[in-house]
Design a binder for this molecule. Structure first.
Ligand SMILES: [Mn+2]
Length: 356
């Protein structure tokens, strides 16, 4: 079995690019890797890993076990040995238990609001620390509430480094854009986009008041792919704000190739891209072990294709893989294994694995 601690993979945290010659082998010596030049990363061969064992944005335990399951299945070995990345980051999967208060009553209907706010604030710092070095950042969630932190950290770092706004491609069965007031469940993993765009706001630090303009993204640079279970309140938010969204209807109508062309045309070729991939975008046939599966989703190949095309833009600056829940399948059921395997495939494609 592969080791699960990140420090077995991460040799040093010295200055990025210190392993001279690595970029040459990455771009010209690795047959598994496409030869794409990065537009916005100073050190595209350096990969910052943030492993987030956190499940407080929703109610089902087990999604916190995903980073360890992904690592034990060999994902980091593949990124280092087959794709040629230098891995950076912290030396263990973070569970953030020290940030979870004993008492955390609802606020504006949100469940675990203090815990999710504190944990995502910490994640924002971790992602920012990697991104400001000019590295690509990979976050292994965790439920989708963690994207409040990952995108906040990315947006802040790219503003500082390049003076640019980032775009977000949100691949998901759900829009995750409820405000606390439109949410039926109170689960914050259904709200991250509303906080990131400023559609939902809070003054108090302990309830996401730490999110400032430097962390936020524009609704104009947000694109959804794969939607098929959108709440009535969310549909209204998408329409009123003119947010670009490609549902499964659009993928059926145009094909994933044309949808990606339209999605990238909307973003433009001069904008850094943060890809936030919820594994529940895939059909449960491919990814059954997730908290809120919805039938009628993407095939694994369509999911891989989205990742491959985003990599090919050269604009990718960060990737999240979230909502893998290896505990939801019964013991010895292959569902958890298949879901982890699908997640690894998506990440490898986003990070440059090519079929030929
Ligand atoms: Mn989601």
């Amino acid at each position: 079995m592969s080791p699960s601690r990140l420090d077995d993979y991460i040799g040093d945290n010295s200055a990025p690019g210190s392993a001279s010659g690595t970029s040459t082998s990455r771009f010209f010596g690795k047959l598994n890797t496409s030869m794409i030049q990065s537009k916005f990363l100073a050190h595209p061969e350096d990969l910052g890993i943030v492993a987030v064992g956190f499940s407080g944005g929703q109610g089902k335990p087990g999604v916190d076990a995903a980073p360890t399951a992904l690592i034990e299945s060999g994902l980091l070995d593949q990124l280092r040995d087959e794709l040629g990345y230098n891995l950076h980051g912290h030396d263990a999967v973070h569970n953030y238990t020290d940030l979870v208060p004993a008492q955390d009553p609802p606020h504006r209907g949100m469940k675990n609001p203090r815990a999710v706010s504190a944990v995502t604030r910490k994640i924002a710092d971790q992602v920012y620390a990697q991104a400001r070095e000019g590295r690509l950042v990979l976050t292994l969630g965790g439920d989708h509430s963690v994207a409040i932190g990952t995108i906040a950290g990315s947006a802040k770092a790219i503003r500082e480094r390049l003076g640019r706004e980032i775009a977000v491609i949100w691949v998901d069965a759900h829009a995750d854009i409820n405000t606390p007031e439109t949410s039926g469940s109170g689960n914050i993993h259904g709200m991250p986009v509303s906080f990131l765009t400023g559609l939902a706001r809070e003054e108090k630090e302990e309830f996401f008041g730490w999110l400032k303009d430097e962390h936020r993204i524009s609704v104009k640079k947000l694109v959804y792919i794969g939607l098929r279970d959108v709440d009535a309140g969310e549909k209204r938010i998408l329409r009123e704000n003119g947010i670009k969204a490609f549902s499964m209807f659009d993928i059926d109508k145009h094909g994933i190739g044309r949808v990606m062309e339209m999605a990238l045309a909307h973003i433009g070729s001069d904008t850094p891209i943060h890809l936030s991939f919820d594994v529940d975008a895939l059909d449960p046939m491919w990814a059954p072990s997730t908290g809120t599966p919805v039938r009628g989703g993407l095939t694994l190949r369509e999911g891989d294709y989205i990742c491959e095309v985003v990599h090919q833009t050269g604009s990718l600056i960060a990737v999240d893989l979230v909502e893998v829940n290896p505990r939801l399948a019964p013991e010895n059921d292959i569902g958890a294994h298949e879901t982890v395997r699908a997640g690894c495939s998506l990440v490898r494609c986003a990070l440059g694995e090519s079929l030929l």
